[in-house]
Every structure is written in C-alpha cells, then in structure tokens.
Ligand binder design. Sequence first.
Ligand code: ADP
Ligand code: MG
Length: 350
Amino acid sequence: PSSIELKGLHKRFGRDTVALDDVDLTIEAGEFFTLLGPSGCGKTTLLRILAGLEEPDDGRLLIGGEDITDIPPHRRSVNTVFQSYALFPHLSVRDNLAFGLRMRGESAAERRRKVDEVAEFIQLGSLVERRVDQLSGGQRQRIALARALICEPNVLLLDEPLSALDAGLRGQLQVELQRIQKRLGMTFVFVTHDQDEAMVMSDRIAVLDAGIIQQVGTPNEVYEHPRNAFVARFMGHDNLFAIHASQEDWVDTELGRLRLDPAEQRQEQEGWLLVRPETLELNADLSEDYNRLEGQVRERLYRGSRVEYRLEVNGVTVMATASNVGQRLHNVGDKVAVGVHPEDLVRVAS
Ligand code: ADP
Ligand code: MG
C-alpha cells in the first residue's frame, strides 16, 4: 500500500466556487481513511484530483512519497469505485471484471485466473457467467468493487459506493468492505456524507466543510472531542449549549453554572458546551462530584434497547439517553434530577 500526501491543495470552479481551500492532509499507507462532509463540501473534487481526473489550481500531491501532480490518470496506481456502478449491463460479470486487464494487454489465461480469484474473494464466484443486468443492486456494487480491486492498485478511491443501497445491504457491505481492506492491506480513501457509516468503517476521518478540513481524527476523537460546533453538529450532537462566561474550573451556560474538568479549561471565553445524551444521569444517587440540574420530562421515545428523553432544563431543551436495563421509566411531566459529571463535559469552539 502507499501513503498519500496533499500539500496546499486548491481548486476553484469558475470565479465564485472554491471547492478545495488549501487542503493539507496525510493519509497513512494501509489506512481506511474517510472524507466526511455535507453535499457540496468538496469530497468528490478531492477524489477526482487524487485520481488525476481533475487538475488542482495549486498544491502538490504525493503517493508513496512520489510527486504525481503532473502524472496522467492511467499511470497512477490508483483506482476508483463510483456511486453509480458504471458496469456494462449486457456483458457477463466475467467480461466486466476482465475489462481493465484486457486493456492492459494481459493474456486470456491470466485474465481467467485473476477473475476467478477476485470473484471468489468477494463471494460471487457462482455468478461470474451471469449478465450484469440479471444481478441485484448489492451484487452489482460488489462487482464494481471487484473490478477496481482486480488491477491491484496501491490506493483505492471510493466515492459514496454504498449510498444507493438499502439499509440492510448497506450494513452488510460496510462490514465486508472493511474486512477486504484489512485483508489486502490497501490504502482506502472512502467518501460518505453519513457520519455513522464513517465512524463504523474508518481508521481515521477528515471532516470537511466548504472545501476546508475542519478536523482529522479517529472516529472516537471526532465524536467525543469535536473541534468546533460544525463538527459537533455534523457528528449528530444536539446538546450544545452556549457558554456565556467561564473561569478556571466552571462555565456559565444556558443551563446554569457547571463545574468542568481542569483538562477542559480553555483560553477563549465563549464557545459551546457539549453534553452527550448518554452521559446524563437521571434521578440516580449522585455523589458530590456531579453537577446537579433540575429538569422536567417533555417527551419520551422508547427505542427498545434504550429510552430517549427530551427534557426541559432552565427553559432549554436537553436530550438524555438512558439504558433500558433495570431502569424505572420516567413519564412525561415528571420532574427529574439531572446529573452531569464534570469529566463528561467538553468545550467546543464556535
Ligand atoms: P461533494 O462531493 O462533497 O458533494 P463536490 O466536490 O462535488 O462536493 O463539489 C464541491 C463544489 O464544487 C460544489 O459547490 C460543486 O457545485 C462545485 N463543482 C464540482 N464540480 C464542478 C464542475 N465540474 N464545475 C463547476 N462546479 C463544480
Ligand atoms: Mg460527491
């Protein structure tokens, strides 16, 4: 596998659209790396530049330590799987898979051997003689993946390859893709706008907004310690509360004054306080260490394995998630004591 380095990458379309704004990024060899962000933030543009299908206005691009900024697409050891499969529907799976090998001038015997091997690998060995238009969406997506893998690129680029599939199949392919990537030890650059998909699949994630990388980190780091309010909201956090003032170990927020862990002290005064719903304790026996708030249940969502409450605390909506094991359910209208441990509070910049 190869490492990837992007240095000061800039891309503009026309006068007004800055698709990528001075992107610096290092992707390690053998990493499952995900570009995550809303539609239009520049994910596809970044992949197309890596593939050589788009030229950057500025910046350099290195793969395996070699500067490939000026190398044409077909001479880069990079392959791409797009959202639409781009298969030949009237040809067999075998002919679709062998297409790239034929273009490279590999012998018929060699093509046969490699197709059988890769078809086995993605568990579609029994379907190689079928026509592509006789296959399901999930099978086609696996063929598209196999076709990209068969040329053994050092780097595989995947642009939202699962977003057209239904939830069940998607979950299954998320696991399979990850397994294939780890087994081959290839560098994967995966694109998605879905934060759950990014978290479950990736070694590391880069969160993009408007062509700017907002944060790079492991799923755990990006979810639990988002660097700013955009990343926090994009990772699905609703409980962000404005900080009005702060001292060494406390903050004044919309919810009231809360004690903080010393590690969360910041220079800047303003910003947001992130309170994850699963860290809140409702009506438990709380030690002195906890911050205590008074709340009232406004809504209860029973989700089977857990229960979600929409609480009102000091006139503000707060979401709390409780495990559904051995807990008494709270009813709409109940007054509840809400415990927040200082260690679970995270300060987030604006
Ligand atoms: P994403 O894949 O994250 O949805 P894109 O990389 O496709 O985002 O697009 C980033 C921005 O660049 C968007 O504003 C988009 O409209 C613009 N853009 C992308 N490709 C072109 C193009 N070929 N011509 C003009 N604008 C483009
Ligand atoms: Mg895109």
